[in-house]
Write a protein that binds this ligand. Structure first.
Ligand code: F6R
Length: 605
């Protein structure tokens, strides 16, 4: 996750850019930069390290301007050096970017073939060159931007500054958020409300695929098709901007929609897309450990169970996953070559923390996959493996869950590589698949009309069954947990093959069955399990890729997700699972963000 700010007005823009970047350092801080128009020309100042380093550069080489863009970076493509720091410039254009341009290698080759020269290893620089080329071809700025956006694959937010356009800034979003801030004679672009919080509390949240042109007097917004769009101006409170709901009705909904960004940010911490490999894990020798013991509660436990399939199948690393409240009192027999991994959003859950401490006392090496990086678990474990979901306010965990899955699936690739279990080509394929997940999540979020219809039906049910095989089995249990906790409907998650050993007795016309069925090695087996339940009158809802066949002779209600590599299917299928619970709860009118009897962080036994 990187931070973006843009300012166009009449006062000095650069101090405003710096003020905002300081607030955005939580999104990434390995390098920072600003670009501004000085006497009609783009001037840049960039520095590796924290914003302090950029400020020092600006003391030496000040920039005086009323328009500019700024960026604080979390490196994905290319090391955190000055040449790789944003803004990137080509000809008349400077660009700041948050996200991933998945097809940058192919676009870069095309641009190089027509003589364009690159100065960084980033994916972002292609956008600057493409935009410059589009302007050179005579297109006016918004048309030029649209022509560039049409060629980009990935999840991104962009800010663009153009020489010769003294008041104009352009922005665009797909997958990663971008807001427009409305000031008095001054307008702003920001990666979130916090970015523009010091200057204005009047915000328009751009929608998926939108792009925008701002100048001192206002904003022209366009939807993904280039049609004029009107996004409402909402009032947020500056101090709480980070934890505001924005345009969303509930924090849970907002957090579900933040997942392209939070997953991407987490993946970037563990994977190197430029090198197409997992980043080396230095703190633990993954080649030497004999076993992994994951300990967690609730949703984090299901993230751990999903990871087990990856650690075992991909890395050949035995992996046990246990609920912390059981583990801590069971006196488990552990071998010294075991790596104990606590998984937790809060890093404070009492049972998980106690299990972690117990493992440490047994002399085991310990790691903590946690979202709150200053938490007790983060401090207690030998190794911190952070997730970058950002603050999660909704009690029902959503973006923290997918961030945990993203981190663990990435670590499994690192383990497989360290243990010599996968060739570099296979590692590159998996890294590519993982980096595609943010875009696929964004695509899934963009079309949720089927899910709203299904939720209307679920809201009438008293019991719901979730089914899945392989990695979809823990996700089925997570789906049941989400539905239970916020809609208060009884739900259970089962391994699809286990149904006929008892639970199928529950199936009747009133019990919806939600099957999570990616096109993986066990798809056919899941499909035949669905025939069994459909034959007993159970209404079947199949969450499955667009390209998957429907089970022969069985009426199913299909909810489509984009086709994806089975390795990342848990990340993509998590979205409908969460949205189904969310829409069902909204339909039932429950308190979605603070469901009864629950607390966000369970620091008691
Ligand atoms: C469910 C949920 C809980 C938590 C569990 C562990 O939506 O949020 O099941 O996952 O209480 O909490 P952490 O991850 O903070 O250890």
């Amino acid at each position: 996750m990187c931070g973006i700010i843009g300012v166009t007005g009449t006062g000095p823009a650069v101090p405003r850019l710096i003020d905002s970047l300081k607030r955005l350092e939580y999104r990434g801080y390995d390098s920072a930069g600003v670009a501004a128009l000085v006497d009609g020309k783009i001037e840049r100042r960039r520095a590796p390290g924290k914003i302090r380093a950029l400020e020092e550069v600006l003391v030496e080489q000040p920039l005086s301007s009323t328009i500019g863009i700024g960026h604080t970076r979390w490196a994905t493509h290319g090391a955190p050096t000055r040449p790789n720091a944003h803004p990137h410039k080509a000809g008349r254009v400077a660009v700041v970017h948050n996200g991933i341009i998945e097809n940058f290698a192919e676009l870069k080759a095309e641009l190089e073939a027509v003589g364009r020269v690159f100065e960084s290893q980033t994916d972002t620089e292609v956008v600057a060159h493409m935009m410059d080329a589009a302007l050179e071809s005579g297109l006016e700025p918004t048309k030029a931007l649209k022509s560039v956006l049409d060629r980009l694959t990935g999840a991104y937010a962009l800010g663009v500054l153009i020489e010769g356009e003294d008041e104009l800034l352009l922005g665009a979003r797909r997958g990663s958020p971008l807001v427009v801030g409305w000031g008095e004679g001054e307008m702003y672009l920001g990666s979130d409300a916090l970015a523009v919080g010091p200057f204005t509390q009047k915000i328009s949240y751009l929608e998926e695929g939108d792009f925008v042109a701002i100048d001192r007097s206002g904003a022209r917004m366009f939807d993904a098709d280039g049609q004029a769009a009107d996004r409402p101006i909402v009032q947020v409170s500056a101090s709480a901007a980070m934890v505001e709901k924005g345009n969303y009705r509930h924090f849970m909904e907002k957090e579900i929609h933040e997942q392209p960004d939070s997953v991407q940010h987490t993946l970037a911490a563990y994977l190197d897309l430029a090198g197409m490999k997992a980043k080396p894990v230095e703190s633990v020798d993954l080649a030497k450990i004999g076993r992994i013991q994951i300990i967690a509660c609730g949703t984090a436990f299901y993230a751990g169970q999903i990871a087990r399939y990856a650690f075992e199948r991909l890395a050949g690393l035995p992996c046990d996953v246990e609920i912390a409240s059981e583990f801590r009192y069971r006196e488990p027999a552990v071998s010294k070559d075991t790596l104990a991994v606590a998984v937790s959003q809060s890093g404070e859950t009492a049972d998980t923390l106690a299990s972690l401490t117990w493992c440490k006392r047994q002399g085991l090496k310990t790691a903590a996959v946690v979202n709150v990086h200053t938490s007790s678990m983060a401090r207690e474990a030998d190794v911190l493996w952070p997730t970058y979901a950002g603050p999660e306010i909704g009690v029902a965990s959503t973006k923290a869950f997918t961030a945990q899955v993203a981190a663990l699936l990435s670590l499994a690739v690192a383990a497989a590589s360290a243990r010599g279990r996968i060739a570099p080509e296979e590692e590159a394929r998996l890294v590519k698949a993982l980096f595609e997940a943010p875009r696929l999540i964004a695509e899934t979020l963009a079309d949720d009309s089927d899910l709203r219809d299904v939720a209307q039906e679920l809201a009438k049910a008293s019991d719901v069954i979730f089914l899945g095989r392989g990695q979809m089995f823990p996700l089925a249990m997570e789906g049941a947990l989400k539905l239970k906790e916020i809609s208060y409907i009884h739900a259970e998650g089962y391994a699809a093959g286990e149904l006929k050993h008892g639970p199928i007795a529950l199936v009747d016309e009133q019990t919806p069955i939600i099957a999570l069925a990616p096109l993986d090695a066990v798809f056919e087996k899941t499909a035949s399990n669905l025939q069994e339940v459909a034959a007993r009158g159970g209404p079947v809802i199949m969450v499955t890729p667009i390209g998957a066949p429907s089970p022969h002779g069985t009426a199913v209600w299909r909810v489509s997700v984009p086709d994806c590599d089975p390795y990342v299917a848990p990340l993509v299928h998590a979205i409908p699972v969460q949205l189904l619970a969310y829409y069902t709860a909204v339909q039932k009118g429950t308190d979605v963000d603070q469901p009864r009897n629950l607390a966000k962080s369970v620091t008691v036994e």
